[in-house]
Design a protein around this ligand. Structure first.
Ligand SMILES: [Mg+2]
Length: 241
């Protein structure tokens, strides 16, 4: 019987990918250095650099603001203009990103419906301040029993210790918990290795790596159907989701 549901935050409860793309498009329109770079190419370069820098942010070794400026230094260099105005571009990126970000459809309704039956935690590779602000801005804060961040725990998903920390916070055994997230590597494989069940949130229609490891859901609606499926999630075989 499931007694706790753990959610990833970025691109699971709150959109990150589309907001990032909007921010990059805004920067590209304002800074001529990026005009010759197709948006897809800029997005790919941004993602590569973000992944390289994110561990330091997730573990609290640098601030998100400093990492964003460093990312733009590298993006300007990639665009052939190493002396570009990284600080100004990073600031425009952040402003556009915040204005563009949206709650994932059905996410709040699903969390609220689940919380009538189980405890709900958010397990995320980011800082406490950043994620607390996101949960508050999008109405999740009163519906969440625990926010567990990599910054606070000192390790990031897929490390089992962050899942164990979340289980301790909601006082639940791994066998009675299910993790829901969009990253196969961080969320699904990490949770399964820690002894939890997992459900892959495949919102963008990606190829399912292995239905025998975890079933997938493509949408959080209709709420009652998805909630019932998560509460019935079984281990080691594809659930009928
Ligand atoms: Mg995610």
């Amino acid at each position: 019987m499931i007694r706790a549901v753990l959610f990833d935050l970025d691109d699971t409860l709150v959109d990150h990918r589309d907001a990032t793309r909007a921010a990059l498009a805004g920067v590209r329109a304002r800074f001529p250095a990026f005009a010759a770079m197709p948006l897809d190419e800029l997005a790919a370069a941004n993602q590569r650099i973000l992944e390289a820098l994110h561990t330091d942010v997730a573990l609290g070794r640098t601030t998100a603001t400093d990492a964003r400026i460093e990312r733009y230094r590298r993006l300007f260099a990639a665009a052939g203009q190493p002396d570009g105005r990284a600080g100004a571009a990073a600031e425009l990126h952040r402003r556009t990103y915040v204005a563009a970000r949206r709650r994932v459809d059905g996410a709040l309704e699903l969390v609220t419906a689940l919380r009538a039956h189980v405890r709900v935690a958010v397990v995320t590779n980011n800082t406490v301040a950043e994620q607390r602000e996101k949960l508050a801005s999008f109405g999740f804060a009163p519906e969440i029993d625990a926010l567990v961040t990599s910054e606070e725990v000192g390790v990031a998903k897929p490390d089992a210790r962050i899942f164990n920390a979340a289980l301790a916070r909601v006082e639940c055994d791994a066998a009675a918990a299910v993790m829901v997230g969009d990253s196969w590597h961080h969320d699904v494989l990490g949770a399964v290795a820690a002894g939890l069940r997992a459900v892959w949130f495949n919102r963008h229609g990606g190829a399912h790596p292995d239905p025998f490891i975890a079933p997938q859901i493509e949408s959080f609606t209709p709420t009652e159907t998805v909630a019932a499926a998560l509460l019935a999630a079984s281990r080691g075989r594809p659930a009928a989701l």
